[in-house]
Design a protein around this ligand. Structure first.
Ligand code: PHE
Length: 458
């Protein structure tokens, strides 16, 4: 079963693919809305601290494990710790990929629908009326087949990219889409800043309002750091497994977190300057993107262009993340089961699409398989993966290096590509320990909240 492993074509291609995975709906949809609701820059400061202390070390940890083993998560843990239970951390990652992509694909479908809607002038009747926009959005997502139709389109594009492989699919499209995302966002941000009143949006995003930062906002910042950097499910292990020994992993990880953070900030600027200039409600939360923006864009000159641009860039961001999630599943069947890429991608892309259809049905289509728990299947998959599976996966990855594989082995691998750099073992040990401890606390806090009805913090 020895097949030659595919590798990235260039260092730039790898960095763009990995940051394409990181930059997604989390940056453009989740970050601005949760920062807006949790104290603006006060939230951002906590979030940045989490990214630098916890995020950076786990990104590096995943790259190192992937490059060392040249395998996706299940095989990687099995290779480094044969005949132990550690491979279950890999299986947890494959499971997380299923859970995340099922609802992520549904949101990807909504975005596609909004591109079409914007292009065909559908936002015009929503001008200045977020209530109407809210009704339109709700009617659409609670419908039975329409959202599934768009979800299938999104998933088909995703499958199509993955079938073309690491270099010819993932890398090629990331190299095209990432620069476009940055350019389009920058144009929208400049447009927003030059609107009269737009700078109030900057104040909203960048003035720290510490009185609005609650303990639960802090926990949220930690959890979001994981989600936004695609950590804890082996995405970065898988992408790292397509690397050669020349790559400087510290440098690549710094690029990924820099691009991820910069794009989240740029999205915040583009969105809040526009929302403030037109006097809409900035604290709308999740509805900010699908409800407030469609009612705001048509009030601008050339609104159709701005609206369409925004949803196209959001679509590309969602797609480069979705392909990284599907790649984890595909790589498992290629590496461990010897399947062809095409067979693995089509079969499991289809299975995830079907599970995703049930996420969509649970929002109003009348079929909700988690209904007995009083929660929609969509929210169940979202909560299960981002609150539990990703942090647990990340925590075990850190513990694996600390307790099983060992810091010296880890450093030996990390040093490839960074010849003149002395990595202090104590620093690595401290960072990984802080990462594992912090995550253990978040998970404990979540579980405690479920059983005690109230969190320890938040
Ligand atoms: N990082 C992606 C985002 O911000 C989501 C993601 C999570 C992608 C986990 C891959 C793995 O949207």
């Amino acid at each position: 079963m020895i097949q030659k492993r595919e590798h990235w074509g260039s260092r730039m291609g790898f960095i763009l693919a990995a940051s394409g995975s990181a930059v997604g709906i989390g940056n453009i949809w989740k970050y601005p809305s949760i920062a807006g609701q949790n104290g603006g820059a006060a939230f951002t400061l906590v979030y940045l601290a989490c990214i630098l202390v916890v995020g950076l070390s786990i990104v590096i940890a995943e790259f190192v494990i992937g490059r060392n083993t040249q395998l996706s998560p299940v095989g990687a843990f099995e290779k480094l710790a044969p005949n132990t239970s550690w491979k279950w951390v890999g299986f947890l990652g494959v499971g997380s990929a299923f859970a995340i992509l099922s609802f992520y694909g549904v949101v990807g479908g909504w975005i596609f629908k909004y591109i079409i809607m914007s292009l065909t002038g559908g936002f015009d009747t929503l001008a200045g009326s977020p209530d109407t926009a809210g009704n339109v959005f709700n009617t659409f997502i609670t419908g039975l087949w329409a959202p599934v139709f768009y979800q299938v389109i999104f998933m088909t594009v995703c499958i199509w990219v993955i079938i073309h492989g690491v270099k010819g699919g993932i890398e090629k499209w990331s190299k095209i889409m990432m620069p476009l995302i940055i350019i389009l966002l920058a144009v929208l941000a400049v447009r927003g800043m030059t609107l009269p009143g737009g700078s109030e949006g900057l104040a909203f995003l960048f003035n720290p309002r510490f009185e609005e930062l609650t303990a639960s906002g802090i926990v949220l910042a930690l959890g979001h750091a994981f989600f936004t950097l695609s950590l804890g499910m082996g995405t970065m292990i898988t992408y790292g497994s397509y690397l050669g020994k020349k790559e400087n992993l510290l440098n690549s990880a710094l690029w990924v977190i820099f691009l991820d953070t910069a794009i989240a900030m740029l999205a915040g600027v583009a969105i809040f300057t526009t929302v403030f200039a037109l006097g809409a409600n900035p604290a709308e939360g999740p509805g900010l993107i699908f409800v407030v923006l469609p009612s705001v864009f048509p009030q601008l000159a050339g609104g159709t262009v701005w609206g369409t641009m925004f949803f196209i860039l959001l679509f590309m961001a969602a797609l480069t993340s979705a392909i990284s999630i599907l790649e984890v599943v595909t790589a498992y069947f290629i590496d461990q089961k010897g399947w062809s890429r095409k067979k693995a991608t089509i079969r499991f892309g289809a299975v995830i699409t079907v599970v995703g259809a049930f996420c969509s049905f649970s929002l109003g289509g009348g079929i909700n398989i988690t209904g007995i728990f009083g929660i929609s299947f969509f929210d169940f998959m979202d909560g299960l993966s981002s609150k539990y599976m990703l942090p647990i996966g990340g925590m075990f990855t850190a513990i694996f290096i600390l307790k099983k594989w060992g810091i010296p082995n880890f450093i030996n691998e990390l040093k490839n590509g960074m010849d003149h750099f002395n990595v202090p073992p104590a620093l690595i040990r401290t960072l990984l320990t802080i990462g594992a401890a912090v995550v253990a606390f978040i998970i404990f806090n979540e579980i405690y909240a479920v059983f005690a009805g109230k969190a320890l913090i938040g």
